[in-house]
Ligand binder design. Structure first.
Ligand code: NAD
Ligand code: DAU
Length: 348
């Protein structure tokens, strides 16, 4: 089916669509918006997995482009070629522990890459630019306090990852202020759900528990995160694209705070495994204690709300990993990196 250019059809460019949140976003948007076409730019780093997008191989409204967002010239020509209306920047180096080991790729992708996309959005006068940021830019809250992050909370990033995301947010702000680019920033709490790379807490613990391997809990396991299902985050990103006010920031969260130890206990209980698998290991340097989000602005102004309870979401997420042994095996043996089917090959 050729993509028509009737007025209700539109094309957006998203980045990072082979990753965890990006792939969930692309699949959900294409199935729920029959007139939408997505140009999906992804560099296929260790975190990018085309198996995540297997169900879209025959979908004409999905155009996969294997490229870095730092390639400004290519991003510009893609937007022109496909008559792109706006952009959603989801691509990033996303793992805190990796940023502690080496911060350089975080500057390249998260800062330089954002600057590249902003430049294109500015030059082509795109209708909207959404930056998918994170609650980690606000720093850390005290354990057992009542504090929450609002959009007015000063940025105080503590890890090289969050420093790179905060830096990107500052460029987004500056491009709105100086060049009038219609930007919107979303800052979401910790996501979980199917297809999350098992370097992050929940999938790592599920896969280790399934194989009765040790579950490495940093420090005393009492650090607190606010968990949201990836589908609820994707809905918020789209509402921010459609209805977010240029220049604004929207916090996204689920009022669902749990200690890491509670999460690990829940996973073990749902899988019927022993708590003897829990291994307390050396703490993460600079480990943020607690994140908590006030999402009332997004609820009020974007008419967004989370729909998936943690009880249901965690149960279904565990079930997804159990029912997809091939996906797990290909990640664990590295085979997922060879997956580049003919459907996605593209002459450059
Ligand atoms: P992920 O690591 O699973 O995926 C990142 C994707 O970006 C991968 O497909 C990777 O190949 C791609 N990528 C990396 N560098 C690129 C580059 N230079 N050019 C093009 N593509 C590149 O990350 P995720 O967990 O899906 O997070 C997506 C976004 O959401 C990130 O911006 C992250 O900061 C933000 N975020 C994540 C969470 C979370 O809990 N995972 C919460 C809030 C915000
Ligand atoms: O808050 C949003 C952020 O959430 C996103 O911006 C990041 O991209 C995403 O990675 C996530 O950051 P965290 O550092 O909170 O997520 P992570 O899954 O790495 O760790 C969650 C908590 O679990 C944290 O307190 C560290 C702890 N942890 C993590 C791992 C991987 C462990 O105790 N053991 C582990 O092996």
């Amino acid at each position: 089916m050729a993509f028509m250019s009737a007025s209700d059809n539109k094309t957006i460019l998203i980045s990072g669509g082979a990753g965890f949140i990006g792939s969930a976003f692309v699949m959900h948007m294409l199935s729920s918006h029959p007139n939408l076409r997505i140009i999906n730019v992804d560099a296929l780093t260790y975190a990018g997995n085309l198996e995540n997008l297997q169900s879209l191989e025959q979908e004409d409204r999905h155009v996969f482009v294997h490229a870095k967002i730092q390639d400004t010239e290519l991003m510009h020509s893609l937007c022109e070629q496909y008559d792109v209306e706006g952009m959603i920047n989801i691509a990033a180096e996303s793992h805190v522990d990796r940023s502690i080991h080496d911060a350089s790729p975080f500057i390249d992708t998260n800062v330089q890459g954002t600057l590249s996309l902003l430049t294109v959005a500015r030059n082509l006068k795109l209708k909207k630019y959404v930056q998918v940021s994170t609650d980690e830019v606000y720093g850390s809250l005290e354990l057992n306090s009542q504090g929450v992050f609002t959009e007015e909370t000063p940025l105080a990033p503590n890890s090289p990852y969050s420093a790179s995301k905060a830096s990107a947010d500052m460029f987004v702000r500056a491009f709105h202020h100086t060049h009038d680019v219609p930007t919107v920033i979303t800052r979401c709490s910790n996501n979980y759900g199917p297809r999350q790379f098992p370097e992050k807490l929940i999938p790592l613990m599920i896969l280790n528990a399934m194989e009765s391997k040790p579950l490495p809990v940093y420090g005393d396991g009492m650090n607190v995160r606010d968990w949201i299902h990836v589908q609820d985050h994707c809905n918020a990103i789209w509402l921010a694209y459609e209805h977010g006010k240029p220049g604004e920031v929207y916090n996204i969260g689920s009022d669902n705070e749990w200690s890491n130890l509670h999460i690990v206990h829940s996973i073990l209980a749902l899988l019927g495994k022993s708590t003897d698998l829990i291994h307390f290991v050396q703490d993460r340097p600079g480990h943020d204690k607690r994140y908590a989000i006030d999402a009332s602005k997004a609820k009020r102004e974007l008419h967004w709300k989370p729909n998936i309870s943690f009880e249901q979401g965690l149960r279904e997420t565990i079930q997804w990993y159990q029912e997809h042994p091939e996906w797990c095996e290909h990640i664990l043996n590295g085979q997922y990196r060879d997956y580049y089917s003919k459907q996605y090959q593209r002459e450059r």
